[in-house]
Design a protein around this ligand. Structure first.
Ligand SMILES: Nc1ncnc2c1ncn2[C@@H]1O[C@H](COP(=O)(O)OP(=O)(O)OP(=O)(O)O)[C@@H](O)[C@H]1O
Ligand SMILES: [Mg+2]
Length: 294
């Protein structure tokens, strides 16, 4: 068994990274071998786990180097106590971005704007053709190491751009978890994400993307939240999925853990937020049709 799970929502700050890390910790405590993959150029996950020296670290092996074919994916794996991680890099946004025109070409064509324009268009066309193929590049890279893990858990950046497409296509069958707030602002981002997924599926009939479900993060138990729960439940059903029963409560423990550069899991072994994350993990395993402990 080897499953790829991506936390995706282009809305920022909905607890993708916090949940990704907590899921990996709980799964590894339950005996599963996990690899975390940080695809977010912000590097929040990599930084919080000490997998990068600093935000502008260009040296420590990363997914950026792997996607640019500068190193093999196995060489980019960093082994931590409980699980492994492949870190991100601040240059990830442009990992396949070669300039459309070199400095030398720009100088030599400075007096011939028509030729320069033609060259830029030619190169743009070449890059666009290449990037169609590159949509499966992460999938090809992960295939080399996938069987070494029970779970590969991907943290994505808050947009619906190329990196998110890579994560949705990271496996022939990708599982998607959508964290969301119980508020009106969640609606549009989830609809846009679902449209993106449906477009990918319509263009690639061999690809499978299972939306495992939407889960509520930073939940506050009040009437307004309850109203949006009902709404999100309907939205989830219209996407052929459902809301998770577990609702991750808003908790000061998350900020405390951040301040101490620890995970919520290291800070507290019990408490409502950890209990809910444990329930959430039970449900994830259930939805993947896997029994709870290895
Ligand atoms: N249950 C919670 N209770 C309180 N604060 C939380 C909770 N979960 C996450 N946070 C806080 O919310 C902020 C965003 O969390 P996180 O970085 O996990 O979101 P994200 O979706 O990964 O953000 P981004 O889109 O920027 O990558 C962080 O400051 C985090 O400490
Ligand atoms: Mg994040």
């Amino acid at each position: 068994m080897s499953k790829v799970i991506a936390f995706v929502n282009q809305k920022g700050g909905v607890a993708k990274t916090t949940s990704c890390r907590t899921l990996a910790q709980i799964f590894s405590d339950r005996g599963y071998k996990c690899l975390l993959l940080d695809l977010d150029p912000q590097q929040t996950l990599s930084l919080s786990l000490g997998a990068v020296k600093n935000r502008f670290d260009e040296v420590t092996p990363s997914m950026y180097h792997v996607l640019r074919d500068e190193m093999s994916i196995s060489d980019a794996i960093i082994h931590l106590d409980k699980f492994d991680i492949i870190r991100s890099d601040y240059r990830m946004y442009s990992y396949n971005g070669t300039p459309l025109i070199s400095t030398e070409q720009a100088i030599s064509l400075a007096n011939d704007p028509v030729a320069m324009h033609r060259l830029v268009l030619d190169n743009l066309q070449k890059q666009q053709n290449a990037s169609t193929d590159d949509r499966h590049k992460l999938q090809r890279k992960l295939a080399e190491i996938k069987n070494n893990y029970d779970f590969i858990i991907i943290d994505t950046n808050p947009d619906l751009g190329f990196l998110t497409t890579l994560s949705l296509l990271s496996s022939p069958e990708t599982n998607v978890l959508i964290p969301a707030f119980a508020e009106d602002s969640s609606r549009e981002s989830i609809i846009a994400l679902n449209n993106t997924i449906q477009t990918i599926l319509a263009n690639d009939l061999s690809q499978k993307i299972n939306i495992l479900g939407i889960f509520i993060s930073r939940y506050e138990n009040n009437n307004l939240s309850k109203k949006y729960l009902t709404y999100l439940d309907k939205l989830a059903k219209s996407m052929n999925t459902s809301l998770f029963k577990a609702k991750i409560p808003k908790s000061i423990v998350v900020s405390e853990a951040m301040a101490l550069k620890q995970s919520i899991y290291d800070l507290r072994k019990k408490g409502s937020i950890l209990d809910e994350y444990q329930h959430f993990c039970d449900e994830v395993l259930e939805r993947l049709q896997i029994r709870g402990y290895k």
